[in-house]
Design a protein around this ligand. Structure first.
Ligand SMILES: Nc1ncnc2c1ncn2[C@@H]1O[C@H](COP(=O)(O)OP(=O)(O)OP(=O)(O)O)[C@@H](O)[C@H]1O
Ligand SMILES: [Mg+2]
Length: 338
């Protein structure tokens, strides 16, 4: 057996095979501080909530942190920012460790193969991903997994472009980052990230509309449509404007990076994944801007991942199965569970 693990700024997702199915276990990458009392602890225990207690303070982790934050009108904290362990959160590592342990579970056997996604270094921020990569790898290794790390963009290619011999552009538009990989026959030719994703959209719309970020994020996730016939002053209008700016920015940087390499002379399909690629109209906008940009490579087609939020975890599982010497068969049906 083998497993895949996507450690993202907003979601931590494990993928594994159960018979013919691919099963996903997801938790929010968040925590919330509560005052400790016996009653609170009894309540959390009986509800099987994931938490830790230290120095009279309880930290609720994962999906429940997010739920409790909404109920109590508090803001949950995030152990990661811009795709990596946040240097500003001193409690980040123990929090991520617990959430990872919960989604991964024990290995089925010692040295079970685990493939973890990692962001590529961003080209527009002074930040590198090495420390994050090493920490997440060490964490899983300590749990007795044999760990391998692949770029998040390559995981998208593994998940979505098997019909194209794993040749193409994989783009994951997440919360903290956008990751891009160009691969030829499963070998990365170019990988980079950009320091903008869903969090950037939430921040910008919050600044312009005066609405709290969490509120903007909720409106966005409820399912809005990219619509450039903007209704003045509406959050949907502001979301559309910043989505348009994000796509323009991603493609401008892609064009710039492609100019630095000599890619193989073949046609490349493009796969879009990640939670922020989900709005209605996103694929069409991306494809139109990509074609208008006249890139240095020929694009055959642009497709959206079947299940954008789970694509990276799914790609990690396929990579892990390949490492293990198993087939790259992707599983017939896909089941999500918490
Ligand atoms: N229906 C939706 N429409 C638009 N955005 C959405 C939707 N659902 C989730 N998102 C956004 O997707 C992002 C989370 O996606 P994802 O899980 O791919 O990111 P991540 O892997 O945790 O982050 P990163 O890869 O940047 O570290 C968040 O910004 C979230 O608000
Ligand atoms: Mg991600």
């Amino acid at each position: 057996m083998a497993k895949g693990l996507d450690i993202g700024t907003m979601n931590i997702i494990c993928s594994e095979r159960e018979n013919e199915d691919v099963v996903f276990t997801r938790q929010r990458n968040a925590f919330l501080e509560l005052e400790s009392s016996d009653l609170t602890k009894t309540m959390l225990d009986s509800a099987k909530v994931l938490y830790i207690e230290k120095d009279g303070v309880i930290n609720v982790l994962g999906e429940d942190a997010f739920k409790f934050a909404t109920i109590f009108g508090k803001e949950s904290r995030r152990p990661m920012k811009h795709g990596i362990i946040s240097p500003k959160e001193k409690d980040a590592i123990p929090m991520i460790k617990l959430i990872v342990e919960r989604v991964l579970g024990e290995p089925g056997h010692r040295n079970e193969v685990l493939c973890i996604s990692s962001p590529a270094d961003p080209i527009d921020m002074d930040m590198n991903t090495l420390y994050h990569k090493k920490m997440t790898e060490a964490l899983a290794r300590r749990m007795a997994y044999e760990t391998h790390v692949i770029d998040e963009g390559l995981a998208v290619i593994y998940s979505e472009l098997s019909d194209y011999n794993f040749t193409g552009l994989g783009i994951s538009i997440g919360a903290g980052l956008t990751n891009v990989t160009l691969a030829y026959l499963a070998t990365p030719v170019m990988s980079f990230s950009i320091g903008r994703g869903g969090d950037w959209i939430d921040e910008q719309v919050s600044i312009t509309t005066g609405l709290p970020k969490e509120h903007v994020c909720a409106i966005k996730e409820r399912g809005f449509k990219l619509n450039f016939e903007v209704e003045f002053g509406s959050p949907d209008g502001a979301l559309s404007i910043y989505y348009d700016a994000l796509v323009t920015y991603i493609i401008k940087n892609l064009n710039r990076k492609l100019a630095e390499i000599t890619p193989p002379k073949v046609e490349f399909p493009v796969a879009l994944a990640g939670g922020s690629s989900q709005p209605n109209g996103f694929l069409k906008t991306f494809e139109r801007k990509l074609r208008d940009a006249k890139l240095q490579i020929d694009i055959s087609n642009v497709k959206q991942a079947k299940d954008p939020l789970y694509s990276v975890a799914r790609g990690c599982l396929i990579a892990a199965r390949t490492q293990e010497g198993g087939d790259v068969e992707e599983g017939k049906t896909e089941v999500s569970k918490k």
